[in-house]
Design a binder for this molecule. Structure first.
Ligand SMILES: [Zn+2]
Length: 223
C-alpha cells in the first residue's frame, strides 16, 4: 500500500488492533481490515481497462475474480455480510492510490439499485463501498443523485446486447447542481461488459457532470 495521505487517514479509520474481516480468525495487519493469510488469497490487479465506453473517461478494477473473492462478494451481496465493505473498501482505495486517481476526482457516486430491491436486500453493496471510499478520501458522497427507475433483470443472466436493452432508460439523475461541472468517481462491485457503468455515466454526463471515472472491485470476465 502506498503511504502518505492515506496513512494518516487510516490512522483515524482503523482501531488499534482487530480481527480480519474476511476470515474473522486472524489478527488483521496494522492499519488494515485484512490478515496476511487472507491477503495472500487476494490477487491484486489495480488495472485500468479499455472498454470503449463513450461516457466513461477511464475504468479500473481492483482484484482478480478468483474463488476467494467470488465467495466473499457473494457473502457481501446476498448473505447480509455488510461489514465486508471495510476490507473491500480498503482494496478499492489501494487501486485509487496505485492509479493516481485521487487528484482527478471531486466526488464519489455509486451504481444504484431499485428501491424495491434495496428494501428486499436491506442495503446496496455498492453504496457501502462508495461510503467507505468517500470517507477515506474525505470527499463528498453523492447519495440519492442517481436513481434506478426501472426494475430490470439481473444483468448476469443476459447476453451483451440484451444487457444494453435491459438497462435502457433505467437510471435518472436528480439534484444535479451538486455534481454539475465536477469529475466524479462511479463505484460498482462487479464490472462485466461495462453496460451498467456506461448507462449511469451517460445520465450523469448528460446532466452536467464534467467527467466520470469508473471503479469496480472485480470483474466476472477477464478484462
Ligand atoms: Zn483473514
Amino acid at each position: 500500500m502506498a503511504m502518505g495521505y492515506a496513512k494518516s487517514i487510516k490512522n483515524i479509520l482503523f482501531p488499534e488492533e482487530h480481527i480480519c474481516s474476511f476470515c474473522r480468525e486472524n489478527m488483521a495487519k496494522p492499519l488494515s481490515y485484512i490478515c496476511p493469510s487472507c491477503m495472500e488469497l487476494v490477487e491484486v490487479l489495480n488495472r485500468e481497462v479499455n472498454l470503449n465506453l463513450p461516457h466513461v473517461e477511464k475504468v479500473y478494477y481492483s482484484v482478480l475474480y478468483n474463488r476467494f473473492i467470488r465467495e466473499k462478494v457473494h457473502a457481501f451481496k446476498f448473505q447480509g455480510k455488510t461489514y465486508l465493505y471495510k476490507p473491500f473498501g480498503e482494496i478499492l482505495i489501494d487501486t485509487i492510490e496505485a492509479n493516481g486517481l485521487k487528484s482527478k476526482i471531486e466526488a464519489i457516486i455509486f451504481v444504484p439499485i431499485h428501491r424495491r430491491k434495496k428494501a428486499l436486500r436491506g442495503y446496496n453493496q455498492s453504496e457501502l463501498l462508495a461510503f467507505y471510499v468517500a470517507k477515506a478520501l474525505n470527499m463528498p458522497l453523492l447519495k440519492g443523485h442517481l436513481i434506478k427507475t426501472k426494475w430490470t433483470f439481473e444483468q448476469n443472466k443476459l447476453g451483451k446486447i440484451e444487457r444494453k436493452i435491459n438497462l435502457k432508460d433505467s437510471f435518472k439523475a436528480v439534484n444535479i447542481e451538486d455534481f454539475k461541472g465536477k469529475e466524479i468517481l462511479l463505484i460498482d462491485d462487479i464490472i462485466t461488459t461495462g453496460a451498467t457503468m456506461e448507462e449511469c455515466a451517460k445520465v450523469l454526463v448528460e446532466n452536467g457532470a464534467k467527467k466520470v471515472y469508473g471503479l469496480a472491485l472485480t470483474s466476472s470476465i477477464k478484462l
